[in-house]
Write a protein that binds this ligand. Structure first.
Ligand SMILES: *Cc1c(COP(=O)(O)O)cnc(C)c1O
Length: 372
């Protein structure tokens, strides 16, 4: 038997393919679909997710860092690959070499990119990021048309698209969302008036893709929904997403403890009566946030069992109810389905006072992955 760690995530690539298909079906035919696979595919493994998404109909890929882009290229993925923020100017030769599509937000970077392109003897395409109100990155909407016009004078670079990003796309009927879309629309219209074609115009993340068809424009950029997770409760029921990640482990030890005995660091939980405790071999270094201590459940033997005591770096403990027998090697599910029970990523995220985006990414830190 080859060695296998007794804790892993299981990634359902057919679920990823299904999610691409249902999300694409929300858009008009011809709308481009970017699969966002930054942060190692939100913890699901960027390379495998990227391949599954492309096969299912995604047109291009989006990442955050140059390293993430290079990992995909090194795996042999040749699809158009965009960096969704402006990378350091020191990366320009790598961008040329690996045919990556950077975001441009400053003249200095655009000129460095142009110089490298000219030195390589070819053009490189880029997308201009417009800040329509999130105030994170991008050229302010008012300044974007003039900036875009200025960039047309830089040799070696070609504007393939213009985009923005919403701060509140998941809030139904939100005034700020409408304002961002309007400001972005005005900037695009002014570019056209000034004879600077914006190319591929895009704005929608997962919540906007699901809730705002008027914001789909030429391309949508879906991350969280690709993995079968809802961007917020406001999209529950609006689209049939299938969660791709299961988090599973096997019991490494089962023991009886007496009334009044405590478990784990600080002995923060004590048995009110003699009870059975099971040990699971994963902890906060694997993405089981420590704030989940004494809050979360896991599924063992088809029933919900309470996690007890502090979650450690590499292990945590579970109280086994009297109704089930547990032995070493038995399966425990932290996220996913067992029998007729289910624990959603969203349940864990709520208990940890965070969002499913963060819990999914965290499970990508150290757990080995299996694909099916
Ligand atoms: C991460 C990211 C997305 C994807 O957002 P989701 O809410 O996960 O769909 C889209 N666009 C940009 C610019 C991003 O940084």
């Amino acid at each position: 038997m080859p060695y296998e760690r007794w804790a892993c995530t299981v990634i359902d690539l057919e679920a990823v393919a299904h999610n691409v298909r249902v999300l694409k079906a929300l858009t008009r035919p011809g709308t481009l679909f970017m699969a966002v696979v930054k942060a190692d595919g939100y913890g699901h493994g960027a390379v495998r997710v990227a391949r599954a998404a492309l096969t299912a109909g995604a047109d291009r890929l989006g990442v955050a860092t140059v390293e993430e882009a290079l990992q995909l290229r090194e795996a042999g993925i040749g699809a158009p690959l965009q960096l969704m923020s402006e990378p350091p100017a020191s990366s320009v030769d790598l961008l040329l070499e690996h045919d990556l599509i950077p975001t441009v937000t400053t003249g200095a970077f655009a000129r460095a990119l142009g110089r490298s392109a000219v030195a390589h003897g070819r053009d490189i395409r880029f997308h201009l990021k417009v800040d329509s109100g999130m105030n994170r990155i991008g050229v302010r909407a008012d300044d974007a048309p003039a900036f875009a016009a200025e960039l047309t004078a830089v040799a070696g670079i070609r504007m393939e698209g213009v985009f923005t990003h919403f701060a509140t796309a998941d809030v139904p009927g939100d005034w700020d969302f409408e304002a961002q879309l309007a400001r972005f629309g005005e900037a695009i219209a002014r570019m056209r008036d000034e004879g600077v074609p914006p190319g591929i115009v895009h704005a929608s993340n997962s919540p906007a893709t699901i809730m705002h068809p008027e914001a789909h424009l030429d391309m949508v950029r879906c991350g969280i929904a690709l993995y079968g997770l809802h961007p917020a409760p406001s999209t529950y029921g609006l689209v049939d997403l299938r969660p791709a990640m299961t988090v599973s482990a096997r019991v490494t030890l089962v023991k009886r403890i007496g009334m009044g005995e405590g478990v784990s660091y600080g002995l923060t939980w004590r048995a009110a009566a003699p009870t059975t405790i099971a040990t699971l071999p994963l902890g906060y270094a694997d993405g089981v946030h420590r704030i989940l201590s004494n809050r979360m459940d896991v599924l063992i033997g088809g029933v919900r069992c309470a996690q007890v005591g502090r979650v450690c770096m590499d292990q945590f403990l579970v109280e086994i109810p009297r109704s089930i027998e547990v032995s070493e090697g038995d399966e425990a599910i932290l996220v996913g389905v067992q029998g007729d029970q289910r624990i959603e990523m969203d349940e864990l995220a709520d208990l940890a006072d965070t969002i499913n985006y963060e819990t999914a990414c965290a499970f990508g830190m150290r757990l080995p992955r299996k694909y099916r």
